[in-house]
Design a protein around this ligand. Sequence first.
Ligand SMILES: *Cc1c(COP(=O)(O)O)cnc(C)c1O
Length: 381
Amino acid sequence: MIVNFYERYQPKAQLGFMEDALLADSLSTDGKYTDLLKEHFKQSHGMEDLLFTPSATSALELAVQLLGLTPGDEVLIPSFTFPSAANAVMKCGGTPVLCDVDLKTKNISLEDASSKITERTKAIIPTHYAGISCNMDQLMTLAEEHHLAVIEDAAQAVHSLYHDKPLGTIGDFGAYSFHHTKNFSCGEGGAFLCKDPSCMDQGEIIRDNGTNKAQFYKQKLSGYSWQCAGSNYMMSGACAALLYAQLLDYEVITAKRKGVSETYHEILTVSAQQLDGKVSLMEVPGYSTPNYHIYYINCKDFETREALRNGLLADGIDARTHFVPLHLSDFGRTMGYSAMDLPNCFSVYETLLRLPIHTEMSRTDCEMVTDFLVKRVREIK
Ligand SMILES: *Cc1c(COP(=O)(O)O)cnc(C)c1O
């Protein structure tokens, strides 16, 4: 590859922090680096507390468990997303109800979601695709009208804003991912956020195999025991140290990604005539300040997308499609959905193409990507 799809940002501080975590902090969960991470989110997000987990998936499972679903309860989820939220709902005995997305943002269509609300609907789990916010005012109003809990799947949206509010902090619960492909990574990692601080104690219990060990460690109890169903959703001190090194540089990381995104946008806007209506550009709504997790283009149809993807691959540019919508997946089809039930998801699945974006890309790299893209567009009859 001439331009890789993704490369990890290597912060200067990481090896020192790792050594310190290994030698001084004995890799314990909720040690020194967890405290520093909590301080980071307090400063940047004004958050009193959050829990670090091994993944966004486990944070979503934790949040869904707190909803106390009973069999037959329904949860609205966009079909164009990763399976984590749907799996979490099914694990807790609920039924995921798959919704269409807006063509413009690729986020859950509130029109489709509201048409699917029944007396069994308990929650909605919106994804902020590409780190671009859902319209949270409209979403929260819909949720309030129907008494739905809101769990933000903010896996891609760490340090993205809706107006001036950090994503993940607006709904009742939020989930972040620090998976190695995300903007800030520690290999595998995540965080669980909740708006109501009184849920935090229960979250800590579920996260630690259903025990009140956290209370014991805080010397509020003389011992600990099993309180409820739970799991091991703890992040190791090694991951916390790696993640803290990344988050210390979050402004550098975001600025570099923003540079790539803006360079693409600027060049492709100037090249609009050559793109000849075969490709249109990503749009960011005015209420959203993204973290530039993804830069995608919309192709005219499936054939155009595949011609560009294969052409770019041959040129050494790793451009990629994204999610197979859940309702189109092998498993989704067994749940009774057919492809055209959610037409916008189908269209996004067929036509979206993600361009490389990471902190190690120079302006020349960006120009190489756009030059090849324009060349490949012009080859299409
Ligand atoms: C990456 C991702 C996840 C899963 O995150 P993990 O930390 O790997 O569990 C869930 N939802 C979305 C939208 C994602 O992009």
